[in-house]
Design a protein around this ligand. Structure first.
Ligand code: NAP
Ligand code: ZN
Length: 350
């Protein structure tokens, strides 16, 4: 076993502080990864603050990991020392249930092992994420990162990327569809980039008029300010698909009214009770509301390859790990352009 440096929150009220954790030895199927960059997802903040009531402390967040392979176990043929790789929200699953057999490990019926805050099968206790120097992961959960991508800007693809790519792909968004992405943060900015790259007429739906110019630069054809009732009326009944990244419970009725007949709104943000939805919002027009959770490993690799081909990465603000608590304050205020990424050199050299 090996002791390494990390940053952890000791309780839901606590700031993140330096912490030492143990990683297992590299087993036969394992890849040991030197972490270069780690994105900061709003889920990290939710888990640190125990918003979902299932956090186990200390929490070492981080599931948008980019690094270089340091060592591989003897059964590993897909990766070699020096490869640029990624790790997202998943580090293990049962491999035998119907979800795993369908390449949907995120829905593993026996409980997927998430990168942090999950039961650690090897060491006991719980898993620790990417706000750390290195990580050891079973090869099946390690992703190849296209070498043409800027490594630091590719980090958010591992969660924000797949979480927005997967529903757009699953619900078959295609050229000419009118697609709305609700919330311009880490997920939303990737949603806009993917919808645009898939050829959709893409509308950024935001509470922040100040983000309009950025939304257009990211690929939005139009910007809809959700607080403006006249604008919302103008777009009523016109969307083929909506991707809703709002991180908290909210009134979905105004958004459901934007859907066309037979269209779907997919919720990825609010992992908590949502305000009552008027049945008529769905009944009148045979509309659907659905949910989606990250994506399986096969689809995550497909997404990374798509990004390699289309040169899609995130718009990022680089931070040192020492500034993580300020970054959380800004994330809470929807003030990030559009994903914080931690330069892990700042941890290693501290
Ligand atoms: P983020 O960077 O904070 O962005 C969220 C955006 O939502 C904000 O920038 C803001 O955009 C908008 N917003 C915030 N509060 C709002 C409110 N009360 N009403 C309306 N809009 C609001 O967060 P993120 O990292 O993109 O994550 C978004 C959510 O997805 C989080 O809850 C996260 O935990 C969840 N998540 C889910 C999955 C999954 O697999 N389902 C994966 C990753 C993350 P505007 O200023 O444009 O309005
Ligand atoms: Zn995430």
């Amino acid at each position: 076993m090996m002791k390494i440096k990390a940053y952890a929150a000791a309780s839901k009220e606590a700031d993140l502080k330096p912490f030492e954790l143990e990683r297992r030895d590299t087993l036969d199927d394992d890849v040991k990864i030197d972490i270069l960059f780690c994105g900061v997802c709003h889920s990290d903040l939710h888990q640190v603050r125990n918003d979902w009531k299932n956090s186990v402390y200390p929490v070492v967040p981080g599931h948008e990991i980019i690094g270089k392979v340091m060592e591989v176990g003897k059964n590993v043929s897909k990766f070699k020392t020096g490869d640029l790789v990624g790790v997202g929200c998943l580090v293990d699953s049962c491999h035998t249930c119907s979800a795993c057999k369908d390449d949907l490990e995120q829905f593993c019926e026996n409980g997927a092992t998430f990168t942090y805050n999950s039961k650690d099968k090897h060491l006991g206790g719980h898993t620790f994420g990417g706000y750390s120097e290195s990580i050891i992961v079973d090869q099946q959960f390690v992703l190849k990162v296209p070498e043409n991508l800027d490594a630091k800007a590719a980090a958010p693809l591992l969660c924000a990327g797949i979480t927005t790519y997967s529903p757009l792909a699953h619900w078959g968004v295609k050229k000419g569809d009118k697609v709305g992405v609700i919330g311009l943060g880490g997920l939303g900015h990737m949603g806009v980039k993917f919808a645009h790259a898939m050829g959709a007429h893409t509308v950024m739906i935001t509470t922040s008029p100040s983000k309009s110019e950025d939304a257009k630069a990211l690929g939005a054809d139009e910007v809809l300010i959700s607080k403006d009732e006249d604008q919302m009326k103008k777009h009523a009944g016109s969307f083929d698909f909506l991707l809703n990244t709002i991180p908290v419970g909210h009134d979905m009725n105004p958004y459901a009214n934007l859907l066309k007949r037979d269209a779907t709104m997919v919720i990825v943000g609010a992992v908590e009770p949502l305000d009552p939805l008027h049945g008529g919002s769905l009944i009148m027009g045979r509309k659907s509301i659905a949910g989606s959770l990250i994506g399986g490993i096969k689809e995550t690799q497909e997404m990374l390859d798509f990004c390699g081909e289309h040169n899609v990465v995130s718009d990022i603000e680089m931070i040192d790990i020492q500034n993580i608590n300020d970054a959380y304050d800004r994330l809470q205020k929807s003030d990030v352009k559009y994903r914080f990424v931690i330069d892990m050199k700042s941890l290693k050299e501290s």
